[in-house]
Write a protein that binds this ligand. Structure first.
Ligand SMILES: *[C@@H]1O[C@H](CO)[C@@H](O)[C@H](O)[C@H]1NC(C)=O
Ligand SMILES: *[C@@H]1O[C@H](CO)[C@@H](O)[C@H](O)[C@H]1NC(C)=O
Ligand SMILES: *[C@@H]1O[C@H](CO)[C@@H](O)[C@H](O)[C@H]1NC(C)=O
Ligand SMILES: *[C@@H]1O[C@H](CO)[C@@H](O)[C@H](O)[C@H]1NC(C)=O
Ligand SMILES: *[C@@H]1O[C@H](CO)[C@@H](O)[C@H](O)[C@H]1NC(C)=O
Ligand SMILES: *[C@@H]1O[C@H](CO)[C@@H](O)[C@H](O)[C@H]1NC(C)=O
Length: 305
């Protein structure tokens, strides 16, 4: 229905009813950071005080991959038309009404998503009709890079891993200082639910333990680089603490064994005392558990004999 209306309005324009009315864009291309807010602007002539009742502003979005456009915001004869707004923009897209009186139709989109990318049509009817297109690009920097080093079991090679999320797709390079570590990295990606690229790069090689290495995420389209450093020494320190806990384990085991052995020696002594003397009731009544245990041990001994 909106499209029919749009066509009608355009036909009106074709018949030169309002040849003088023009919409201008101060900026044709906007690049917004994923999750940030963006405002895009169209300008139209207002002569004197604005008559809101005569004003209609339509913002529509169209992605390259989609044939149908989405209604972002419609303001008709002084009122916002909420029901026809596409659900992708509900609660995120508003027209800054205070700017209308100076002839600015400013669309604000908050918490920008990857799917907001595309071409935006800004159509204004105010005594005459005109429209312009604005392009919105969205970028997400590969800001947080997760790193990991593992030793390949049974080899002196190490597995280095870097993982990060961003948009558009980045290439990953590995470096040692300023030298490129060519070729053998395996870089793969998946798409997250938010449309970001989840890029993982794995490099397996034998590092110089005294040097540090870095992975560089190159966002080609934006010519933006982010990097993280990995040192094989980081792994050594975890191995070191691993050895520490092994030593602690051995010490604890020794202590436990020593305690058990001395307990056994005491029981053996008790047994010999018990066998050598007549039962001293008072002495054993004060330690009923010990009595029971030594009795069990004694019966076990006699059983095995
Ligand atoms: C984006 O806009 C919303 C609503 O106007 C505001 O609460 C938020 O602070 C803004 N965020 C940034 C990063 O400007
Ligand atoms: C603005 O409005 C005044 C009268 O209100 C008129 O004389 C003038 O021509 C108008 N200018 C334009 C550019 O439309
Ligand atoms: C690497 O950097 C050092 C100085 O830090 C420089 O001397 C050397 O020529 C550089 N090597 C390459 C391949 O750029
Ligand atoms: C790269 O890694 C993926 C998944 O980890 C694996 O399926 C693929 O075979 C690997 N490619 C090479 C060339 O090692
Ligand atoms: C990205 O991929 C890694 C494994 O390659 C996975 O552990 C992580 O959960 C993924 N992150 C998201 C947001 O999908
Ligand atoms: C490892 O790096 C150190 C310092 O950069 C260098 O002196 C040493 O020769 C390197 N060792 C090997 C085996 O390349």
């Amino acid at each position: 229905m909106l499209q029919i209306l749009t066509i009608m309005l355009l036909e009106m324009q074709l018949y030169a009813v309002s040849a003088l009315f023009t919409v201008d864009v101060p900026q044709q291309l906007y690049i917004a950071e994923y999750g940030s807010n963006v405002t895009m602007e169209c300008r139209f002539p207002v002569n004197g005080t604005l008559n809101l009742g005569l004003l209609t502003v339509v913002w529509e979005q169209k992605r390259l991959s989609q044939s149908k456009s989405k209604e972002v915001y419609t303001f008709r004869n002084g009122k916002a038309l909420a029901p026809s707004q596409h659900q992708d923009y509900v609660g995120r897209a508003v027209l800054l009404h205070s700017e209308l009186k100076v002839g600015r139709a400013v669309l604000q989109i908050t918490r920008v998503k990857i799917t907001d990318m595309g071409s935006y049509l800004c159509l204004i009817d105010y005594g005459g009709v005109d429209y312009k297109y604005i392009t919105l690009k969205v970028k997400a920097s590969y800001k947080r890079i997760n790193t990991q080093v593992m030793r390949k079991p049974g080899e002196d090679k190490f597995v280095f891993m870097c993982q990060s999320e961003g948009f558009p797709l980045a290439e990953v390079f590995w470096q040692n200082k300023n030298f490129s570590l060519g070729g053998s990295a395996n870089t793969t990606y998946t798409l997250t639910a938010d449309g970001l690229y989840n890029v993982t790069s794995i490099l397996m090689f034998k590092p110089n333990m005294s040097e540090s290495y870095s992975c560089v995420f190159w966002n080609k389209e934006l010519n933006e680089e982010t990097s993280a450093h990995i040192s094989p020494l980081a792994l050594m320190s975890t191995q070191h603490s691993g050895q520490k806990s092994l030593i602690l384990f051995i010490i604890l085991t020794c202590v436990v064994v020593a305690v058990l052995l001395s307990a056994l020696v005491i029981f053996q002594k008790r047994k010999s005392v018990k066998n050598g003397q007549s039962k001293k009731g008072a002495d054993f009544h004060s330690q009923p558990d010990a009595l029971h245990l030594s009795a069990v041990m004694a019966s076990g001994d006699s059983g095995s004999l």
